[in-house]
Design a protein around this ligand. Sequence first.
Ligand code: TRP
Length: 449
Amino acid sequence: MKERENFGSRIGMLMAMVGSAVGLGNIWRFPFLVGEYGGAAFIFVYIICVIILSLPIMFSEFIIGRRSKSNAFRAYVKLTDKKIWKYVGGLTVFIPLFILAYYNVIGGWSLDYFFKACTLSFTGDVDSASLSALFGNFISSPWKPAVSLILFFTITAIIVYMGVKDGIEKFGKIMMPILFFVMLAIAIWVMMLPGASEGIKYLFKPDFSKITPQVCIAAMGQAFFSLSLGAGTIMTYASYVKKEENICASSIKIALLDMMFAIIAGSAIMPAAFAFGIDPGQGPGLVFETLPFIFSKIPLGAPVAILFFASVFVAALTSTISQMEVGVAYLVEEKKMSRRKACTTLFAIISVIGIICTLSFGPLSGVKIFGKGIFDTFDNIAANGLLPLSGLLASIFVGWIMPKADTLDGFSSGGSQKFNVKIYPAVRFLIRYIAPAGIIVIAIANIFF
Ligand code: TRP
């Protein structure tokens, strides 16, 4: 059998994982959730969730992926004889494809806003009302966002078709740092605005009375979503990772970087929303209405806008690549499809679902499922339901099903990483008890309160 591909370099694999993690989840989803769920209180719960839920689950996915050296479906089956885990594997492959469908919608928005930036739509005489109208007209159009979505998804599919090494590594390495510094510069500029202090307080001074079960589940969902957990992504990438890689150090680095991107995005958007009188709790449109307004005000706004949306586009792309890769690896290795056929099949099915999601901002906006639109329903089911469920199963698998010696071997690279061996009892406690219990408690609290 052909050797499984390995990542070309250490930094290459780390960058690909960071590329998967850092995406619209940080730049688009995090800020609007912060606005919807009460600012600093949400951020506080989010950070706790990352530390006690996401990290142990990331370790688990790393351990499963690297040990099994298989796609997310086969991974479970390979490590146990118990039949039930086959379905868990199936679920794990299904989830990122489900997410991909509606994630592409926002990917399309970012591509369109890149074009808008290139045609200088955010310069000159614009105000927040005109930018809000620009956005509203775009997303409610019956065809414009669908075209952007297809364009965006086509680019993803072509890169995935080209393969892991060539496709993914190059992109991440160049664009991530650019995105980081552009966002940092915007955040610093925004923080110095006259009316920004309210926004800064909103971001960093938690009002603990705002913490409700709904805030907790949204924060937990975001902690999974943002780190690409519960969806076989880390598992699939980990299956390409070399034996010597330090799972603990890599996970912590990815989580820290990811959190930094989110907080900086929040710091660029929240104070600006307050300073310019934009409603921070308006939902998915927040970033697309706030940032163009900032670009219209700052020095060198036009080139900064172009650079910003170009890097958001690439950040989104490295995430969709990672989502699609899970499904393609499954179809190629399990269903013996050619890579080309796997890509085109997924492309066809997922595009249709994506377009239906897109239309929920326009012609289908009247369609409500339990009071939520189609897009919101997809996002809600995925982030607050499927991801925690699959994360829970991954932690149960590593904590309770795999032999302890194997999990320790994975976590410490065969015992060679002494520090990891030393902290393993604590890590195992998190994986076995804290992470599963945390997820279950938050889920139950949401059902009953
Ligand atoms: N983490 C990415 C982001 O924040 C999105 C993403 C990529 C993802 N792969 C995933 C989310 C798998 C959930 C599951 O934008």
